[in-house]
Structure formats: C-alpha cells, structure tokens
Design a protein around this ligand. Sequence first.
Ligand SMILES: *[C@@H]1O[C@H](CO)[C@@H](O)[C@H](O)[C@H]1NC(C)=O
Ligand SMILES: *[C@@H]1O[C@H](CO)[C@@H](O)[C@H](O)[C@H]1NC(C)=O
Ligand SMILES: *[C@@H]1O[C@H](CO)[C@@H](O)[C@H](O)[C@H]1NC(C)=O
Ligand SMILES: *[C@@H]1O[C@H](CO)[C@@H](O)[C@H](O)[C@H]1NC(C)=O
Ligand SMILES: *[C@@H]1O[C@H](CO)[C@@H](O)[C@H](O)[C@H]1NC(C)=O
Ligand SMILES: *[C@@H]1O[C@H](CO)[C@@H](O)[C@H](O)[C@H]1NC(C)=O
Ligand SMILES: [Zn+2]
Length: 536
Amino acid sequence: MSVCVYIYIYIYIYSSILSCLFPVGTGPLSMAVLLQSPHAFLVILLLLLYWVGVQSIPDPRQREMLIKLETSMQTGGQLQLTDAEQKLDAVLFKMKQRESQAGAFPPAVHFFKARELIRASPIFSLLQRMPKGAVLHVHDFSIVDAEWLVKNVTYRPHCYMCYTDNHSVRFIFSSLSPKPLSHCSPWILLENQRAKMGNSTDFDRSITAYLTLFTEKDPDTVYPNQSVIWGAFEQAFLAVWGLVTYTPVFRDYYYQGLTQFYMDNVMYLEVRAMLPELYELDGSTHDRSWTLKTYQDVTVQFTKENPDFFGARIIFTTHRAANITSMTETVMEAIKLQRDFPDIMAGFDLVGEEDKGRPLWYFRDALSLPAEMGVTLPFFFHAGETDLEGTEVDQNLLDGLRLNTSRIGHGFAINRHPVAKDLSRKKGVALEVCPISNQVLKLVKDLQNHPAAALMAEGHPLVICSDDPSLFGASGLSYDFYEAFVGFGGLRSNIGTLKQLAINSIRFSSLTPPQQDIALAIWQRRWDHFVSEKVF
Ligand SMILES: *[C@@H]1O[C@H](CO)[C@@H](O)[C@H](O)[C@H]1NC(C)=O
Ligand SMILES: *[C@@H]1O[C@H](CO)[C@@H](O)[C@H](O)[C@H]1NC(C)=O
Ligand SMILES: *[C@@H]1O[C@H](CO)[C@@H](O)[C@H](O)[C@H]1NC(C)=O
Ligand SMILES: *[C@@H]1O[C@H](CO)[C@@H](O)[C@H](O)[C@H]1NC(C)=O
Ligand SMILES: *[C@@H]1O[C@H](CO)[C@@H](O)[C@H](O)[C@H]1NC(C)=O
Ligand SMILES: *[C@@H]1O[C@H](CO)[C@@H](O)[C@H](O)[C@H]1NC(C)=O
Ligand SMILES: [Zn+2]
C-alpha cells in the first residue's frame, strides 16, 4: 500500500475530528485548512510513525497513539476534564467493570426484565442525580407513569370506562351518562364500580395494564412482532386519550410530567404534542390554540415555582396516516400557531408507525409550503425508525434532511445511509436517540448492538431521549441514559461522554443561542456541584 493511502486516511480522520469539534457550518475541509490546524503536527507525526510501523512489528507507542486518537473522536472525547470529573470518572469506570461482569447484563436484556436490575444499579442512581440538561424527544401523553393516571385521575368524580372488543379500554369524564361507543361495552361509572368492590387493588392493577405496554410476563411472547406491539401501542395511547384530554386533567397531567422530569434532573423539555381539542364535563370543547396556550401557562407557572428549571417548548405533531388535503390544512394551521405562539411553539413533526404510515416524500408539497410562503416553521422529523432497508419509508432520512429538518427523531437507520449521515454531521442536524423505545418496539434486541454505538464512537451529533417513557414502564430520562452509557457506550464511554451528551441536549435544542447560554450556565453550576459530591 502506498503512503498516499495512509495520508488520505489520516486526512479523513482529522477532517472527521474537526467537523465533530465544529459541527455547525464547517463544510468540507480543505488540505490547507488541515495543515494550518493545531492537529497538523500530530498528523505528520502519526504518518511518520505509521511509515515506520508498516515495515516492522507493531510498535506499542504507535498503538497507544492510535487508541488515543480513537478515544479523542468519541462523544466528549475533546473535553478537558477537571480534577473532580476525573475522580468521578475513575469511580464510574470501576462501577461499570463490576456491572459488566455481573450475571445478567441489563442492556442485553429486554427493558421490561431489566428494569429491576437497573433500579438496583449504583450507576443508575448516579445518573438519576446527574443534571442531564434537556430531553428533546418525548411525546405529550406518555410523560407521566400509568400508576399516577390510575391513582389520581381515575379516582376523580364523573370518570367512566368501557371495555373495547379487542382488549383495551376507553375513558370519558361526563356530567351526564355518556353516549355508548361502538365496539365498546356499556359505560361503567368508576366511582360506583369501586364502591361495589370494596377493595379495588386488583381492579386498579388491571386498569394500569391497559395504559402501558409494560408487562411482567415474557415480553417476546406477549409482543411477538412489530405489528403486534405497534397495535398495542396505539390502543394504549387511545386508552390514555380520554383521560388526559379532559381540561382539568390535562393541566395536572402536564404539570405532573414536568415534575417527574424535573425530579429526574432534567431542566428543559421539547414535547411532541398532538394539540387535541380539550373537553369539559358538559361535552363542550376548546380549540388547538387554547391547548397550546394551556401548555404555555402551565410551563410559565412551573418555571416560576422552580427557578432552576428552564422551561419547555412544544413541537406540534400530526399523524402520518393523514391524506394530502388534511396535511396541507394542518401545515397551514401550524404556520399560524408558530406565528401566534413563537415562545412556546418550536415547530412541526409527523408521528405514528413509520413503516405503516406515509413517507415524507408523499407530503412534499404540503411540507414545502412554509419555504414557498417565506415563513418560519422549523421541522423536527421522525425519520429512519425502521429496519426496512430500501423501502420508500427508508428514504425519510434523506427527505427529512432535504426538507431542512432541525433534528432527526431516532435516525435508527442512519448507518445504512452514508449520504444522509454525512449531511447530518456537516449540517449539525442531531439525532434524537431513544434506546429503550427502539428495543421495546423491536428494532434491536441487545442494546450493546444499537447503531448509536458507532455514532457515539465517532462523535456524531446526537442527544439521548426517552420517547414514550410511561408506555415503556420507564420514567424521566435516566433509564435511557443508563442504556446509552452502560449499553452501547460500553467501557469506553466516560464522564466526558455524559457531560457532552448533556451539553448537546442544550446546544441542539430549539432555544436561541443567547437562551442556550443562559441554560448552559444554570446547567454548569449544577454539574459542578454534581461532580464534587461524594459518591458513596
Ligand atoms: C391528583 O393530583 C392533583 C394535582 O397534582 C392533586 O392536587 C390532587 O391532590 C391529586 N389527587 C389525588 C387523589 O391523588
Ligand atoms: C386489597 O387486596 C389486596 C390483594 O388483592 C391486598 O394485598 C390488600 O391488603 C387489600 N387491601 C385491603 C385494605 O384490604
Ligand atoms: C405477528 O404476530 C401475530 C400473532 O402471533 C400474527 O398473527 C401476525 O401474522 C404476525 N405478523 C407478522 C407481520 O409477522
Ligand atoms: C381494535 O378495534 C378497533 C375498532 O373496532 C379497530 O379500529 C382496531 O384496528 C382494533 N385493533 C386491534 C389491535 O385489533
Ligand atoms: C382526508 O382526511 C380528512 C380527515 O381525516 C377526511 O375528512 C377527508 O374525507 C379525506 N379526504 C380524502 C380525499 O380522502
Ligand atoms: C431549505 O433551506 C434552503 C436554504 O436555506 C432553502 O433554499 C429551501 O427553500 C429550504 N427548503 C425547505 C423545504 O424548507
Ligand atoms: Zn417519537
């Protein structure tokens, strides 16, 4: 092999490192820029070392250097660690070694079975205490655990429930006896039902099971394939719907959601929200802008009560099963909401099972409207949440990037799309990686094999998110941080990785740069406190 090949490899590696250091707007790096860079010296040194290396037995110094080079490329590999951080890192490394040698390694096990193991892990309790910055991908009606819905919401007066033909339930609050639903049993007033039973512990447990996918049984038997689990997912979602779209519950639910993330040391959220019409006890309803206004009011109230919480913004979402006419109308409505509520509204996205829904390309005319009209409507598209390589849906990654998406929801398939991956990196379009979601929805079994392992190793722009924690039996963000850090981060990811992930979550948010600076300053204060605390 000629020397030129090695020169090429090193230039490539260094351009990767530099574009990872300066991900936004760096563009292709020329040779001249590289040689002016502070790394040029190291490049030449490595070339010489390699030149010697190819003609004799491997040189340990060279090996050391290559290992260092790889480490410097990973997420957080460029951060200078303080003494306190290094001390904590040493502790973390020992904890990780112990955890990976234990019998059942949680990231290799389905989350439903791993949850108890994770709860017992000292790394997990550390991650719970860690200030994690922001969560940029969670859905409106999956931010509060199902137990709270049962214990708090279904105990309120006027709550009715019916059983559907296919193993689900529906709820409604109503002052009068509600109209019967087709494919559902007659309505039961829960107050009366519980009074009749005396002890409702078992009954409550049975209701809880309808509001989450979590099960004590073997998850692979209950949910043998993707279509079964997506079916159950949509049913659980519909079951929750009637509870949370009742106006007084909606407010309390969102407030409780903010509380649960705040308690998990998350300081800012970007929530994907359907903005449904909310209803009152007499059946009257409010429109979308009223729902958005309610989000804004509750966010302001919560932030006032908790000064080190930074706030939340809403990404308006609509189902990808829509037709072109209704998508066009929804996009026009989104443009109007974005104009009327610029503070709370972050942008727009499509939701629902990607494999069964319509691809972004199908909606290209509707989604190009904002650009054509010269108005702002930032996009935050789910894309690449699929195993179906080469299908129309599999093009969502490239199409999303062409439509100027600000981030990519999941991007699970990105390693199979070198052009999309390169664009995402060069444009600084971060991936929202949701490990537990991908495992539960059957894209990957063992989280050590998650595609983000490779992405983290090369410092690709990404953030860790929890998608639908309550449906997966999780809560907040720490469980997903655990899977990322211990699972696909392996022994190599360290305190720098965690720090970078937290910083990323603020830097890749929809906040303006000055807002990001304020949020980062608050985060930094809490981080410094966190790393200097005694671990044991
Ligand atoms: C339900 O939650 C609300 C709001 O957090 C709280 O005021 C109320 O006391 C709770 N009710 C029950 C029965 O837990
Ligand atoms: C209600 O039933 C559950 C189990 O079915 C039992 O554990 C619990 O102690 C009972 N509660 C009361 C107050 O009797
Ligand atoms: C998924 O599993 C269900 C239940 O076992 C089965 O009826 C269905 O055909 C399966 N679907 C696919 C796509 O394999
Ligand atoms: C359950 O029933 C509803 C209404 O009949 C139907 O639309 C839906 O597809 C069914 N879901 C499953 C998982 O069978
Ligand atoms: C499109 O969807 C809307 C709303 O779901 C529906 O009312 C309308 O009939 C659909 N139009 C066509 C052409 O299918
Ligand atoms: C994407 O951004 C480019 C450059 O700012 C602009 O020319 C183009 O119209 C945008 N496209 C869409 C669909 O927003
Ligand atoms: Zn999602």
